[in-house]
Write a protein that binds this ligand. Structure first.
Ligand SMILES: C[S@@+](CC[C@H](N)C(=O)[O-])C[C@H]1O[C@@H](n2cnc3c(N)ncnc32)[C@H](O)[C@@H]1O
Length: 250
């Protein structure tokens, strides 16, 4: 293990954040339930199949830019013990195995974890944690924390709690890497109100869910991370995505 530091106190918790309400917390639960029920259809989005076939943009540019994200992750060489938040079906977990010594893949959906396990074929580097990240208590520090297509599901009222917890999970000089969609993708969402952060999503069986979807301006995220001792640089791919690389202060 690259880091043996144990944690003593965890900031944030599953207790309600200042400014949030039970209604707000309900949308976080509904977001988890949406992904739990979507697990079997999830690869449709990344493969541009099913209802996403053809997609909102030519597939060639989508796949080309998705490859840029994987290349950016690879060139980051996240070595040591890596925490992956919201690991989903393991697209990124698999890529992480190239450089990491160990990967803790955390997701709130057992159905997602099962798919990740299938993809990773028993790779001994990966440990799975079935938990809600907000409620989870880490018991150690990591060399790197990463999350893909996840931060847009962190509502603004929890952003500082989230970045504080990332910082707490990291050792000094520990690294952060994350990717998500650019704000231009907002036009494909049915938002509850202009500039809102709750989207209506419908699964193939017709069930509709209210899901947190906040299209952050990158500066909102970098400012919040900086408050917690993490400096980050954000880069855009031409049309669809951005990726961010950061490091916690020594
Ligand atoms: C958009 S998917 C991203 C999955 C994966 N990172 C990828 O890029 O393919 C969001 C993931 O977050 C998980 N999730 C949702 N709410 C969560 C929470 N509160 N704590 C942990 N995982 C959560 C979902 O189960 C889902 O796997």
């Amino acid at each position: 293990m690259a880091s043996t530091n144990r944690l003593t106190k965890v900031p944030g918790s599953n207790s309600q954040q200042k400014g949030s309400s039970l209604k707000d917390d309900h949308v976080i639960d509904e977001t988890k339930e949406y992904y739990r029920q979507r697990a079997s259809q999830y690869s449709d989005w990344s493969r541009r199949t099913g209802k996403h076939e053809g997609g909102s943009e030519p597939d060639e540019s989508f796949f080309g830019e998705a490859k840029m994200l994987l290349d950016a992750l690879d060139s980051e060489k996240l070595t040591g013990d890596v925490l992956e938040i919201a690991s989903g079906t393991g697209i990124w977990t698999e890529a992480l195995t190239r450089h990491a010594t160990s990967i803790t893949a955390l997701d709130s959906s057992q159905e997602m974890i099962d798919r990740c396990k299938t993809r990773l074929k028993g790779n001994p580097k990966v440990q799975y944690v079935h938990a809600d990240f907000y409620a989870w208590t880490p018991d150690r520090h990591y060399d790197a924390v990463t999350f893909s297509f996840w931060i847009s599901h962190v509502p603004s009222w929890k952003l500082d709690e989230f970045t504080a917890k990332i910082s707490h999970c990291l050792r000094r000089r520990g690294r952060v890497f994350f990717v998500d969609q650019q704000r231009s993708a907002m036009k494909y969402e049915v938002m509850d109100q202009p500039g809102g952060e709750i989207a209506s999503r419908t699964l193939e069986d017709g069930k509709t869910f209210n899901v947190v979807k906040h299209f952050y301006v990158p500066e909102e995220i970098t400012r919040s991370l900086r408050k917690n001792g993490i400096e980050t640089r954000v880069s855009n791919t031409p049309n669809h995505f951005y990726y961010a690389r950061g490091e916690k202060a020594p």
